[in-house]
Design a protein around this ligand. Structure first.
Ligand code: ATP
Ligand code: MG
Length: 382
C-alpha cells in the first residue's frame, strides 16, 4: 500500500486537527500539494485537509478541542484551524454545481468522490488518511503522479471552461512536477488552445499569482515555450518575447530561481498592472528593465541600486546577446555595491548653495564613478 512518509503528517498540529475531526465522527484526509509533493519527494509548503464536516461543524469541533478556528474562506468551505502555532486549511468536500469560468461555483458534499472530481489535475486529487495511507478516488491519479503526467481530470476543455485559471495551472504544474523529457499532455494543450478567449475574464491578481509561481520553478522554459505556441503568453503578457528566457536560465546556474528577473527577460507592456505585482516587485522589475535598456556599467548599477539589481541586469544583458557575462563582472559589481561616495554637501557649502550645490555634488560623483570609485575626497575637492 502506498503511504506518505514525511514527518509533517505526524506533527502535533496535523495529528491534533485530524484527531479532533475524526473523534467527532467525521472523515478527514490530507489532500493536494502536501500529498502530491510528499510522494514526489518535493518540499511541502502548506497542509490542506478535506472533510465531510460542514464549515460550522469544523469551527465547533476545533474550538471544542481547544484549537483556534478562523473562518478564512467559509463561504467556499474553508476554515483555518491553528494548532501548535501552525495553521491548517480544512475544507469541506465540495462538488461543482455551476461555473462562470472565473471560479468554480461549488456546493458542499458528503462524498469524497465528488470532492476529487471538482479538482483540476489527477495528481492534485490524491488524499492521505491521518495514518498516511493514500486514497486515489479517481483511480489513475497515482499512476499519473508516478509518471509525472499533469493531466486534467476527465475532459480538459470542460475543466478549463469551469475555471480558466486552470490553463495557467497546467503550465505551472508541468514546470514544477512534469516529466521534463516528455511534453505537456496533448489533451491538455488541445483544451487550452480551444479555450483561449476565456483567459481575458480572469482577474489580474489570480493571473499574477499563477505566473509568479510558474516563473519560480527551477526551469519553466519548456512551459513558457508551450505558452507561446498555444498563444497563452501573448494574451497574458502582450508584446512579451520568450526567446532569451532559456539562455537566462542557463546563465543563472545555481542561483535561486527569481520570477522577477525572469519576467524582465520576457518583457511585454503593462506587466506590473497585468500581473498586479506588489509595489516592491513592481519597483524591482522597473529598475531592472531600465538597467537593461541603459548602457550604465554594472558597477555603477551596483553602486546606485545594489548588487542584486546589478547582477540581474548583467545576466539579462548577457542573455540578450547570447553570451556569458564578462569575466570580472561579479568583482566589479561587488566593488560598486560596497563603494561610498566620499564627498558630503557640507564639504561644498562654503562655495556652493542651492541647486548649484546639488549640481556640483553630482558632477563630482560622476567623476568618482568614472574613476572606478578610486578618487579620494581630497582629489575630488581640489
Ligand atoms: P501548492 O500549495 O504547493 O502551490 P497545491 O496543489 O496545494 O500546491 P493549492 O493552490 O494550495 O495548490 O490548492 C490545493 C488543492 O486545491 C490543489 O491541489 C487542487 O486539488 C485544488 N485546487 C486549487 N485551485 C484549484 C482550481 N483553480 N481548480 C481546481 N482545483 C483547484
Ligand atoms: Mg497547497
Amino acid at each position: 500500500m502506498t503511504r506518505v512518509t514525511g514527518d509533517w503528517i505526524n506533527s502535533p498540529a496535523a495529528q491534533a486537527v485530524c484527531r479532533a475531526i475524526a473523534q467527532a465522527g467525521h472523515q478527514v484526509f490530507f489532500v493536494g500539494g502536501c500529498v502530491r509533493n510528499d510522494l514526489l519527494g518535493a518540499p511541502i509548503s502548506d497542509l490542506d485537509l478535506s472533510t465531510d464536516a460542514r464549515p460550522d461543524q469544523v469551527m465547533q469541533i476545533a474550538e471544542g478541542a481547544g484549537l483556534r478556528a478562523v473562518p478564512t474562506g467559509i463561504e467556499h468551505g474553508t476554515v483555518t484551524v491553528v494548532a501548535d502555532g501552525e495553521g491548517l486549511e480544512v475544507t469541506t468536500y465540495r462538488k461543482d454545481v455551476e461555473t462562470d469560468g472565473r471560479r468554480a461555483v461549488v456546493a458542499f458534499s458528503d462524498n469524497l468522490e465528488d470532492d476529487a472530481h471538482r479538482r483540476d489535475f489527477t495528481m492534485n486529487a490524491l488524499y492521505a488518511a491521518p495514518d498516511g495511507h493514500i486514497v486515489d478516488p479517481l483511480g489513475g491519479g497515482l499512476d499519473d503522479l508516478n509518471a509525472r503526467r499533469v493531466r486534467f481530470i476527465d475532459d480538459a476543455g470542460d475543466r478549463i471552461r469551469e475555471d480558466y485559471l486552470r490553463t495557467l495551472r497546467l503550465f505551472r504544474f508541468h514546470a514544477w512536477y512534469g516529466d521534463p523529457e516528455k511534453g505537456i499532455d496533448e489533451d491538455g494543450l488541445a483544451g487550452v488552445a480551444a479555450n483561449l478567449a476565456g483567459l481575458e475574464s480572469l482577474s489580474h491578481e489570480r493571473v499574477g499569482t499563477e505566473m509568479v509561481k510558474l516563473l519560480a520553478a527551477p526551469n519553466p522554459a519548456a512551459s513558457i515555450a508551450a505558452m507561446v505556441h498555444t498563444g497563452v503568453l501573448g494574451l497574458v503578457l502582450p508584446a512579451s518575447d520568450a526567446t532569451n528566457l532559456p539562455i537566462l536560465i542557463h546563465l543563472e546556474e545555481d542561483r535561486t530561481p527569481d520570477p522577477i528577473r525572469r519576467l524582465a527577460a520576457l518583457g511585454g507592456v503593462d506587466v506590473a498592472e497585468r500581473l498586479r505585482l506588489s509595489k516592491r516587485d513592481q519597483k524591482r522589475l522597473d529598475v531592472i528593465r531600465r538597467g537593461m535598456a541603459s548602457v550604465t556599467p554594472a558597477a555603477e548599477l551596483a553602486y546606485r541600486h545594489g548588487a542584486d539589481v546589478a547582477t540581474d541586469v548583467a545576466l539579462l544583458r548577457a542573455a540578450q546577446m547570447g553570451v556569458s557575462p564578462e569575466t570580472g563582472a561579479w568583482v566589479e559589481i561587488e566593488k560598486g555595491a560596497k563603494a561610498t561616495f566620499p564627498v558630503r554637501a557640507a564639504d561644498l557649502s562654503s562655495k556652493f548653495t542651492g541647486p548649484a550645490l546639488g549640481a556640483e555634488l553630482r558632477r563630482l560623483e560622476t567623476l568618482w564613478i568614472a574613476s572606478g570609485f578610486e578618487l579620494k575626497r581630497e582629489d575630488l575637492l581640489t
